[in-house]
Design a protein around this ligand. Structure first.
Ligand SMILES: [Zn+2]
Length: 241
């Protein structure tokens, strides 16, 4: 599969940009269009995994994804390769490509890393957040309080953690958290469906945002780490032993 890709890229001289427009092979040879389509497929797949349309261990077939999303197989192949390299898909013996099934030790590893990175993001945000960024975080806190729906809570929670990451103003932090956020899509269901969790998370979020607002990096980091630790213990309770 990858050998074919390489061969095609190595022979650009054979390509006539005007010939065969609209045909399948011409579409497959436009790297820019393929790149944006691959990105689209990647995001759709990540969301489908997050929403549980694909369950852990489910097989993922290139042709099925291409047909469902109405794109050619080239961007699908690229997106699946990226999902594999980011740890969302893997190849299991006798099964082909499938959604990674996280075991308990992997979940612990994921949360350990998340606690460190979210803590560091909150610390940097306390040093660098603008008043507008803090105002946006407070707006999200209000939104979170207004909703009664667990899926919506999870979406607003993601937006809040992204806002904290943005306010850190560090592109490497952003990359690391984005990649970790992709892996979090494998944790299906949401801890916000646990009774009492939206209320306790709201208090924890407010503690983090207050520390960022007053520019207290130590307090922001401690609060963010504690928040992730609490999410972790709920997540472990939700997992089968
Ligand atoms: Zn949170």
């Amino acid at each position: 599969m990858s050998a074919q890709r390489v061969r095609r890229k190595e022979t650009p001289a054979t390509r006539d940009p005007w010939k065969g427009r609209g045909e399948d092979h011409a579409e497959a040879e436009d790297p820019f269009r393929d790149a944006s389509r691959a990105d689209y497929v990647y995001r759709q797949m990540r969301q489908a995994i997050r929403d549980g349309h694909f369950r852990q261990g489910d097989r993922v077939r290139e042709e099925d994804v291409a047909r469902t999303l109405g794109v050619s197989r080239t961007p699908v192949r690229e997106a699946l390769r990226q999902l594999q390299s980011h740890g969302l898909l893997d190849v299991a013996a006798g099964r082909g490509l499938g959604v990674v099934a996280l075991d308990r030790p992997q979940v612990l590893e994921l949360y350990a890393m998340r606690a460190l990175l979210e803590g560091a993001a909150a610390r940097l945000a306390a040093q660098h957040a603008t008043p507008a960024e803090v105002a946006y975080m407070r707006h999200l806190l209000e939104e979170f309080r207004r909703t009664r729906d667990a899926t919506r809570h999870a979406a607003i929670n993601r937006a809040l953690h992204e806002a904290i990451c943005d306010a850190a103003h560090n592109r490497y932090m952003m990359q690391s958290l984005q990649q970790l956020g992709d892996a979090l899509a494998l944790l299906q269901g949401t801890t916000f469906s646990v009774k009492g969790r939206p209320a306790s998370a709201d208090i924890e979020h407010k503690t983090i945002v207050d520390a960022i607002a007053v520019g207290d990096p130590d307090a922001a980091e401690v609060a963010a780490r504690a928040h992730i630790r609490n999410a972790e213990s709920l997540r472990l309770q939700m997992m089968p032993l």
